[in-house]
Design a protein around this ligand. Structure first.
Ligand code: 23J
Ligand code: MN
Length: 265
């Protein structure tokens, strides 16, 4: 690493020329969690909860702390390739073994706000990505691709999950787009504002859950329940997203941050 670029970054952080944007949601008992279609009989992820151990009281006069409890895929969280059966045989595919280079990398932000507003089941196509690339340049190898929908602005859990008798309705991916991003662009992974990285109706897609199936099959990662993507430029930001080092973890809640040049927003 060039010593000068780090000292330039340090100066830019101090002066405010580089801003830090928090892309994470708050973890609370109200944080929406994925509801899988019940007819599959699939297990349920625990919502976030915390239990006070002591708070400057008889249980601990000078200290406050909690026990916490949740599924690995709760709130703003990381999906490791081992999460999906298609990713199970890769090397270094779990939260404790993924190369740390995945955790600090450039990101591009693809704006599909209007499309997601018009159609909650919008699926991003390869043509849509190529149209974005014609305006902003080719997605660089080794970048995160963030899917900007403004879905995180849906304040109530029911608006966010957008569930009806068919299940959830939120934007996702045409399977060909996932293959294009993984193979032609060699991205690190994709990040979405929705509860998971796939469309709400992804259990009806072919393959089922194409983003999970194909991204993790290609040893790529995912980030879900991101917020504040409207504060990022289409290109030029740096993403920091490091999952907890859970032994053989499939993912973990994480604090996701972006470094943004102040003149870039
Ligand atoms: C398990 C099964 C299906 C899905 C998911 C988890 C997620 O979205 C997740 O959080 O990884 S779609
Ligand atoms: Mn997940």
């Amino acid at each position: 690493m060039d010593q000068n670029s780090l000292s330039a970054l340090a100066a830019d952080l101090t002066s405010g020329a580089v801003r830090i944007v928090d892309l994470s949601v708050t973890l609370s008992s109200q944080t929406p969690i994925l509801v899988l279609p019940e007819e599959f009989g699939w297990g349920k992820s625990w919502p976030f909860s915390k239990e006070e151990i002591s708070r400057y009281d008889e249980r601990g006069p000078a200290w406050y702390w909690n026990n916490i409890c949740c599924g690995e895929h709760t709130g703003t969280h990381f999906d490791a390739p081992i999460h999906w059966v298609t990713g199970k045989d890769h090397q270094h595919h779990a939260t404790d073994t993924l190369p740390v280079e995945n955790f600090v990398a450039p990101c591009v932000v693809i704006d599909a706000v209007a499309e997601s507003q018009a159609d909650p089941d919008f699926l991003m196509t390869v043509d849509f990505v190529k149209q974005w690339e014609s305006e902003h340049g080719e997605i660089p190898r080794g970048a995160w691709v963030l899917y900007h929908t403004d879905w995180s602005k849906r304040e109530s859990a029911s608006d966010f999950l957008n569930r009806d008798s068919d299940g959830l309705h939120n934007p996702g991916w045409d399977p060909a787009t996932v293959i294009f991003l993984a193979e032609e662009r060699q991205i690190i992974g994709v990040g979405t504002e929705t509860v998971g990285t796939d469309a709400g109706q992804a259990s009806a897609q072919e393959p089922q859950f194409p983003c999970h199936n194909l991204m993790h099959g290609a040893n790529k990662c995912g980030l879900a329940s991101l917020a504040n993507l409207d504060q990022l430029p289409p290109t030029g930001a740096i993403l920091i997203a490091a999952p907890l080092k859970i032994e053989e973890g499939s993912g973990s809640p994480c604090r996701v941050l972006a470094l943004v040049g102040a003149s870039d927003q």
